[in-house]
Design a protein around this ligand. Structure first.
Ligand code: HEM
Ligand SMILES: *[C@@H]1O[C@H](CO)[C@@H](O)[C@H](O)[C@H]1NC(C)=O
Ligand SMILES: *[C@@H]1O[C@H](CO)[C@@H](O)[C@H](O)[C@H]1NC(C)=O
Ligand SMILES: *[C@@H]1O[C@H](CO)[C@@H](O)[C@H](O)[C@H]1NC(C)=O
Ligand SMILES: *[C@@H]1O[C@H](CO)[C@@H](O)[C@H](O)[C@H]1NC(C)=O
Ligand SMILES: *[C@@H]1O[C@H](CO)[C@@H](O)[C@H](O)[C@H]1NC(C)=O
Ligand SMILES: *[C@@H]1O[C@H](CO)[C@@H](O)[C@H](O)[C@H]1NC(C)=O
Ligand SMILES: *[C@@H]1O[C@H](CO)[C@@H](O)[C@H](O)[C@H]1NC(C)=O
Length: 369
């Protein structure tokens, strides 16, 4: 190749890089909405919805910051497995509520308190507005507020999801959730199956700026031989947390600012201090590395892209319109109407009760068809 040709390809390369960076910064602030969802879905019929969630979570998080990570992860699991339909909240789901360490695949265990809080929110919201807001919408709003109250971006969440009727089996769950040992090409494939692209992959992985991981999710990087990508001090610390390949310790996902929603997760990756292989490989792989660097350098950019990708993730295979139901207990399918006539659910709020009764009669009818 002549020197002018190689100079030309260098130019081409840098203009390509510049272009991809441009498309990242100048992209639309919000993705197009799916039919059936809207930002105003509950603004007239449940105007207190968003303040109820934000105020209650502010109170909860002031004494238990870790719940924010739990709530964020619940929404992620909900969306990746069967779409954002609240199926992860059903008792019986592979990583759902009440699932003991024995039944649930250990690496999938979601924080029990996150489920309790979503149900408490549902109860408050249904008492105020009637049974018109789905558990999946409540989970999506809770994830947004968990992010915001931890220092992250605020963004509007499209609403109108309805709750699915069946829980996810262990197999379906394992088949749909990305694995912590995966490398970038596999992760890109996993995300593409959810209509999420490589920018979404890197932005959403930034959810790991809060929360914790169990030894079981990263001991493979320490034993039998240490992953050479691991920075030494960080690896030594992890070895203290997990002295053997069967230890049961936990450690923060973001070693710099474990409870703050910020861009330090990407700074960790630049320093080879990402906890999971799926994290660190985002900086090792040269498809994703430039995006990691751009987020490490610019928190505003990360926040914009994270909000964008969360809205996209929140629309994966949603059930809307007359599909599914509005659950009156986030961890159980609605029963037939007769059961509800005699069940003591949320005595407060006559309108709520009447609406719910109507809803359950309708659900009951559909249930028998
Ligand atoms: C890229 C693919 C992903 C993989 C392989 C992955 C894997 C994991 C693993 C293994 C854990 C720790 C489980 C444990 O050891 O207890 C975890 C925790 C967590 N993940 Fe992910 N995750 C991914 C994407 C996401 C996304 C997209 C979000 C949200 C936007 C997210 C949010 C979280 C949060 C907040 C925690 C901490 C949970 C807590 O502290 O209770 N993850 N993830
Ligand atoms: C679940 O997956 C396992 C292992 O891949 C397989 O042996 C089993 O038959 C599957 N179960 C169902 C109900 O599909
Ligand atoms: C939505 O669900 C259908 C049917 O289960 C599935 O084939 C498709 O891959 C899903 N789409 C996404 C983006 O998850
Ligand atoms: C390692 O642990 C020490 C002592 O707890 C801590 O001060 C340091 O920040 C940790 N460093 C890394 C990179 O994990
Ligand atoms: C842990 O290490 C021991 C000894 O090297 C090995 O026999 C065992 O299979 C490992 N267990 C796991 C869960 O990796
Ligand atoms: C990307 O990485 C691969 C292997 O890690 C290498 O062969 C390739 O040259 C790299 N590409 C660029 C543009 O740096
Ligand atoms: C950081 O990103 C924001 C949002 O895209 C952009 O407006 C700003 O110019 C960027 N700042 C720098 C220093 O590049
Ligand atoms: C909600 O459903 C779960 C799972 O079936 C059940 O354990 C719980 O008691 C129900 N809550 C109410 C208030 O009925």
């Amino acid at each position: 190749m002549t020197s002018s040709a190689s100079f030309f390809s260098l130019l081409l390369l840098s203009s390509l890089l510049f272009d991809s960076h441009l498309s990242l910064t100048s992209a639309q602030a919000t993705p197009p909405l799916l039919a059936g969802l809207s930002y105003e879905f509950h603004s007239t019929n449940c105007p207190s919805l968003e303040t109820t969630i934000r105020d209650y979570l502010r109170e909860i998080l002031s004494s238990d910051t870790g719940v924010a990570a739990g709530l964020l992860r619940v929404h992620f699991h909900d969306c990746f497995v069967q779409g954002c339909d609240g199926s992860v909240l059903l008792a019986g789901s592979a990583s759902g509520p009440g699932q003991g360490e024995q039944q649930a695949p250990p690496n999938l265990t979601l924080r029990a308190r996150a489920f309790v809080i979503i149900e408490e929110l549902r109860n408050r919201i249904h008492r105020a507005c009637g049974a018109i807001v789905s558990c999946s919408d409540i989970a999506a709003l809770s994830a947004r507020d968990a992010v915001f109250l931890s220092g992250g971006p605020d963004y509007r969440v499209p609403l109108g999801r309805r709750d699915g009727l069946s829980f996810a089996t262990v197999n379906a769950t394992l088949a749909n959730l990305p694995f912590f040992g995966s490398r970038v090409p596999q992760l890109i494939t996993d995300f593409a199956a959810k209509n999420l692209d490589v920018n979404d992959l890197v932005a959403l992985s930034g959810g790991h700026t809060i929360g914790r991981g169990n030894c079981g999710s990263f001991v493979g990087r320490l034993y039998p031989t240490r992953d050479p990508t691991l920075e030494t001090t960080f690896a030594d610390n992890l070895t203290r947390v997990c002295p053997t390949n069967t230890s049961s310790g936990v450690t923060p996902l973001d070693v710099r600012t474990p409870n703050n929603f910020d861009n330090q997760y990407y700074v960790d990756l630049l320093n080879r201090q990402g906890l999971f292989t799926s994290d660190q490989d985002l900086f090792t792989d040269n498809t994703t590395a430039p995006i990691v660097t751009s987020f490490a350098n610019n928190q505003t950019l990360f926040f914009e892209r994270f909000a964008f990708s969360m809205i996209k993730m929140g629309m994966i295979n949603v059930t809307t319109g007359t599909q599914g139901e509005i659950r009156t207990n986030c961890s159980a399918r609605n029963a037939a109407s007769t059961t509800y006539l005699t069940t003591d659910v949320d005595q407060q709020g006559k309108n709520a009760g009447i609406l719910r009764l109507f809803d359950n009669v309708v659900e009951g009818l559909f249930g028998y068809i």
